[in-house]
Design a protein around this ligand. Sequence first.
Ligand code: FAD
Length: 330
Amino acid sequence: MAPQQHKVAIIGSGPAGHTAAVYLARANMEPILFEGMMANGFAPGGQLTTTTDVENFPGFPEGVLGGELMDKMRAQSEKCGTKIETETITKLDLSSRPFKIWREGSESNEEPTDIAQAVVFATGASARRMDLPGEDKYWQNGISACAVCDGAVPIFRNKPLVVVGGGDSAAEEAIYLTKYGSHVHVLVRRDVLRASKVMANRLLKHPKVTVHFNTVATEAKGDGNLLTAVATRDTKTGEAGEIPASGLFYAIGHVPATELVKGQVDLDEEGYVKTVPGSSQTSVLGFYAAGDVQDKRYRQAITSAGSGCMAALDAERYLTELEEEGTAAQ
Ligand code: FAD
């Protein structure tokens, strides 16, 4: 079967993908959006489908459930004219334009299933987990990978909290959590913090923070509903310990979903798509990246949505230029 032709394809269905879709559809670019079938471990809608209340997305003074917010974004994409396909993209060829796209199950075929003049890549990222005993049970019931998202939740207020990690993100998250928790314990595997000197000093001097060096978490313990303690082990002596805690925050990094484009687009040392600062342009003309897949710093729904808008406007300008040259696919 001949590949389906599109002006622009969006890969990913989080806030970045849907915002790009709304803008591109309203600009008559007839976008197709591949929302994935549990791609990268997430249901269509992305990371927010794994959480309950979202209280920091503007426009919802009472807060909104993550799943509900994503349903609304999807409905808006469709209403504006986006074609949404519940398919995962498993192969991309960016070596020539139009770009070639293969849906899951077709990757061994020479012929792609779809071709597009421009692609908005919004496949997101996922937080690294530790696979501790008790982790699945207390995930989102005490365990989180986002202090900024979850720190203000009532279960953490004036309660002892634990942060795992020794880098800048861990230091930032721990200091942020001192606003809410009674005390913040930071578990650092080695005998030194990886964080920058400034952040490390700020952390070590903070009256509400205790840094436990040479210490790893070994189990998330709870009462069946909520987390109540974190079991630990001293990496030098092997001694076991336990820290009573209502919150356990992982700050051990994220993994961007960039497997599809490795070797085709410039990625940074951690695998995030590199974009020209202040735009969504990647090292490949016509290929734009938005959301967490290109952002290791902010990682918020609203920043993802904002960068989705940027990608749409960048793609639209590119497609308009192509059309003016008379080469765009009809
Ligand atoms: P994602 O949300 O990561 O979505 C990407 C989507 O693309 C996924 O559905 C994935 O399946 C799909 N996909 C991936 N690869 C493919 C492929 N090959 N083909 C097709 N589809 C594909 N932020 C806030 O601002 N406020 C909060 O309160 C908040 N709470 C959070 C709670 C949790 C538990 C988590 C995990 C995150 C939270 N965040 C919050 C962060 C926020 O969810 C992310 O910053 C945001 O969702 C990133 O959006 P995105 O569009 O880049 O991608």
